[in-house]
Design a protein around this ligand. Structure first.
Ligand SMILES: Cc1cc2nc3c(=O)[nH]c(=O)nc-3n(C[C@H](O)[C@H](O)[C@H](O)COP(=O)(O)OP(=O)(O)OC[C@H]3O[C@@H](n4cnc5c(N)ncnc54)[C@H](O)[C@@H]3O)c2cc1C
Length: 394
């Protein structure tokens, strides 16, 4: 039996950040993780370069049943605080778009920083250690793992969500919450590609690899102006991943395929100055040719000279392409999703310390709780912020 002040379940972004902060405060800290390596999700994130924060991160970039919780939780540790930390370690990184920061070389550099912080803070990280059972004892918690047993005063659950089970995702965090009578909100795969119904799959067969700038809107009115990508399984790309967090089964999404063009005006202009050219060839100057061919086959784009389009045809084509409706069949699910929506209800937790209101000494941080960021470095920023705040309190 090992006795420690703080035991943290999960050596991911949130768990390692919390561990270092608690260690610097003089606490004895052990982190246990069933993986062979620490922070495996950090390693694969952002295409192997980890989009580790977003300079513009604010509460509006998160989904949570209680928006006030996010406001308070984020306020104690900002994106700039994390940038200052990686600067102190000399990390080389670059700005991409929309405030997103990525490592220049590899996400391993970021994991090295987290592990160095833990080492400096005297934290012990025990890998290949699966948590099997948690029980309440008089002065804290007892935790049985596949290796040793532990006793701790503070137990921090940083076990993440359900995405990518092959990287060690388990429902242990939700189970611990339920064991101690904490409410857990329904979980769903988010930041995830859409699959299509069979007839759409056949229509778009051959478009795989095509990417275009769009504005995608969900039925609740949320919009993202980013690229979509046709894949051999359905639709992906940043705009689709973003909107998937707001989409529910059976709903349609509306895609403005020409968000930077007023198509009616363009068509009338073409009638005036390029009247002999075909609608099809002219549309191929605005949209990928293979996609235009599908729309011609569907009868959406007429195969005739532009001057022959009448006014209702101009209006119909313009409305169709500015508000293309697509009803996904579903999502690719947890196998490929980047995050899990839902989780431990934030009403159960202090937004200052992340401690359970009902169960003193029990803390939840990171993705296991009902806070889900948009695509763009927001999820890691929440891990840093929640890990930091909790590390000051355990
Ligand atoms: C492909 C992909 C790319 C992503 N890219 C980005 C990005 O660029 N930017 C961004 O902000 N976010 C990104 N995300 C999301 C981000 O990775 C997660 O939100 C974040 O890693 C969650 O961190 P966490 O510490 O809460 O949990 P995790 O990182 O999931 O860590 C939880 C840990 O708990 C361990 N664990 C679980 N159950 C047990 C158990 N029973 N016993 C012991 N250990 C256990 C797991 O092994 C795991 O190591 C991406 C996600 C994916 C899947």
């Amino acid at each position: 039996m090992i006795t420690t002040d703080v035991l943290i379940i999960g050596a991911g972004a949130a768990g390692l950040m919390c561990a270092a902060q608690a260690g610097y405060r003089g606490k004895s800290v052990v982190v246990v993780d069933m993986g062979k390596k620490p922070a495996r999700k950090v390693l694969i994130s952002g295409g192997g370069r980890a989009n580790f924060t977003n300079e513009g991160a604010s509460p509006e970039n998160y989904l949570c049943q209680n928006p006030h919780f996010v406001k308070s939780a984020l306020s104690r540790y900002s994106a700039q605080d994390f940038i200052d930390l990686v600067d102190r370690h000399g990390l080389q990184y670059h700005h991409k778009t929309l405030g997103q920061l990525f490592c220049d070389d590899s996400a391993q550099d970021l994991v090295d920083i987290l592990m160095t912080e833990c080492e400096w803070a005297g934290v012990q990280v025990n890998l290949r250690t699966e948590v099997l059972l948690v029980t309440k004892i008089a002065d804290g918690y007892s935790v049985t793992t596949s290796d040793k047993s532990y006793q701790c005063k503070s137990l921090v659950v940083a076990s993440g969500g359900l995405t990518m089970p092959k990287l060690g995702a388990t429902p242990i965090g939700y189970k611990i919450a339920e064991q101690f009578d904490l409410n857990v909100l329904e979980t769903l795969a988010a930041l995830v590609p859409f699959t299509l119904h069979e007839h759409d799959k056949e229509r778009f067969d051959g478009l795989s690899g095509i990417s275009l700038l769009t504005e995608v809107t969900s039925e609740d009115g949320t919009s993202f102006k980013e690229n979509i990508l046709f894949t051999h399984r359905g639709l992906s790309g940043p705009a689709i991943l973003q909107i998937s967090s707001f989409w529910r089964a059976g709903q349609a999404v509306t895609i403005n395929l020409l968000p930077e063009n007023n198509l009616s005006e363009t068509l009338i202009q073409w009638q005036n100055d390029q009247g002999q050219k075909s609608v099809k060839n002219l549309m191929a100057t605005l949209l990928p040719k293979r996609f235009v061919e599908v729309l011609v086959k569907d009868g959406v784009i007429a195969d005739k000279p532009i001057k022959q389009l009448n006014h209702p045809e101009i209006t119909a084509l313009s409305e169709y392409l500015h508000a293309w409706q697509i009803k996904p069949n579903g999502t690719e699910g947890y196998r490929t999703a980047e995050v899990t929506l839902g989780g431990v209800n934030t009403d159960e937790l202090s937004s200052k310390t992340f401690e359970s209101k009902k169960q003193p000494g029990l803390f939840f941080i990171g993705e296991v709780i009902d806070v889900t960021g948009w695509l763009g470095g927001y999820n890691f920023q929440f891990c840093w912020a929640s890990g930091y705040a909790c590390g000051q309190a355990v």
